[in-house]
Design a protein around this ligand. Structure first.
Ligand code: GLU
Length: 442
């Protein structure tokens, strides 16, 4: 017998008007990311002299698509899925941003993440606007065949919004290069020819870029290294704690280890590990490959998430998800620097507390921008059908991360504001400037 799960009441392609009209079931779960994004924006615009009406224009998502679609599961049942694709702003170029598969996905969360993509692309000065997409699904509960079915049908549903010139998805939480390959293939099948530049984060053998998989984690550590140098701190032997051991967390940890840091703690959804003398990262990665878990690794002791956040260390890298450093635990943070590998890991309340306590926060839109920077390189390579060596990719990535760090740092110094506000001031200012230059149509 076919079974149907609950679906939102509507299916709409709509231009948003203040973004308040749509209420759907999952919204309660992740409205906090949206509130964080709005609060950050409202704070930053106080330092900008925006033209009248620009604050409303810049804080509103320009296009929002909700799709509800059926997928035949392996047991013959039909299950309904809900997905979204939101374009926040396209003043500086095509919209760019990942696709998230998670049970926390909601329209509000996707809006916040799309807005952060606009600021992220602007802060590192690459020619993109911001977008994000998501499907309300736990990918771990699907077979590979079902995952492919969900991906291909979702891609078809949002295809009217996608194109290499218009909107280019990429991986995010719960998605990976294989899923990007299915997206690229589905889109290409509808066109009748291969369109590699419609999606980034693809496997290298079908037009992906060397170094894309590692780019976000590497970018985090390039930024941390430059920040240490700028503050006159010593990176060699610095202690690092990483929350999250997905793509961003694991590569950040590995890169920190290779740069001579002491990675003293790590965690994934099941729990964490701690070793004051430093964890042997190559050994741990091998262990995780074999056991698909951090649990049972002999070179460290178990630690809870709360303990990890509260560890005295030089750098804390939250690389899991939103809302991890909040009003209830911000006072426990004893790191010298928080380097945001995840999007939106710190709430505005927590931000204030970290600032009061003199903790340097390298904000997400700068710190984790390495992923989208190498996505940009991938898109450029696909358009030209001319591919670069990994060394070249990494060198160019480093140059952009360093330049962007100094742009933000100088803005912060010049205006006497924290790094997050500075990054937002820079980014929002660039998007406002592009909007002004283009003019309002009609
Ligand atoms: N999902 C990543 C992010 O949040 C990468 C986006 C992209 O490469 O387009 O930055």
């Amino acid at each position: 017998m076919a079974t149907f799960s609950v679906a939102p009441p509507e299916m709409s392609l709509k231009t948003s008007n203040g973004n308040s009209a749509i209420v759907e079931q999952a919204a309660v779960l992740q409205e906090s990311a949206f509130i964080t994004a709005m609060t950050q924006f409202d704070h930053a615009v106080q330092f900008l002299n925006l033209d009248p009406g620009y604050d409303q224009l810049l804080k509103t998502c320009k296009r929002e698509l909700t799709v509800v679609f059926p997928v035949k599961m392996d047991n013959g049942d039909i299950r309904m899925f809900t997905g979204y694709r939101v374009h926040h702003n396209t003043a500086r170029g095509p919209s760019k941003g990942g696709i998230r598969y998670s049970m926390n996905v909601s329209l509000d969360e996707v809006r916040a993440l799309a807005m952060w993509m606009t600021w992220k692309c602007a802060v590192v000065n690459i020619p993109y606007g911001g977008a994000k997409g998501g499907v309300l699904v736990d990918p771990k509960k699907l077979t590979l065949h079902e995952l492919e079915g969900v991906t291909r049908r979702y891609t078809t549903e949002i295809a009217p919004l996608l194109s290499p010139e218009g909107d280019i998805p990429a991986p995010d939480m719960g998605t990976n290069p294989q899923i990007m390959a299915w997206m690229m293939d589905t889109y290409s099948m509808h066109r009748g020819y291969s369109v590699p530049a419609v999606v980034t984060g693809k496997p290298v053998n079908i037009g992906g870029s060397a170094g894309r998989l590692e780019a976000t984690g590497r970018g985090v550590m390039y930024t941390v290294r430059e920040a240490f140098k700028t503050y006159g701190w010593k990176l060699d032997g610095a202690s690092v704690a990483v929350q999250g051991f997905g793509n961003v967390g694991s590569i950040s940890a590995m890169t920190a280890y290779e740069m001579g840091c002491k990675v003293i703690a790590l965690s994934d959804v099941e729990g964490g590990l701690y070793n004051a003398k430093g964890i042997d990262l190559p050994k741990l990665r091998q262990f995780r490959k074999e056991h698909s878990s951090l649990k049972g690794f002999s070179g460290a002791e178990p630690i809870t998430n709360a303990e990890l956040i509260a560890l005295p260390c030089d750098v804390l890298i939250p690389a899991a998800m939103e809302d991890q450093i909040n009003h209830s635990n911000a006072r426990t943070v004893r790191a010298r620097m928080v380097a945001e590998g995840a999007n939106g890991p710190t709430t505005p309340d927590a931000d204030r507390i970290l600032n009061e306590n003199g903790i340097v926060v390298i904000p997400d839109i700068l710190c984790n921008a390495g992923g989208v920077v190498v996505s940009y390189f991938e898109w450029v390579q696909d358009m030209q059908q001319l591919f670069w060596e990994e060394d070249d990719v990494n060198r160019r990535l480093e140059r952009i991360m360093l330049r962007s760090f100094h742009d933000v740092y100088d803005t912060a110094r010049g205006m006497n504001i924290d790094l997050r506000t500075a990054a937002l001031v820079l980014a929002i200012g660039r998007v406002a400037e592009a909007t002004r230059t283009r003019g309002l149509y009609p």
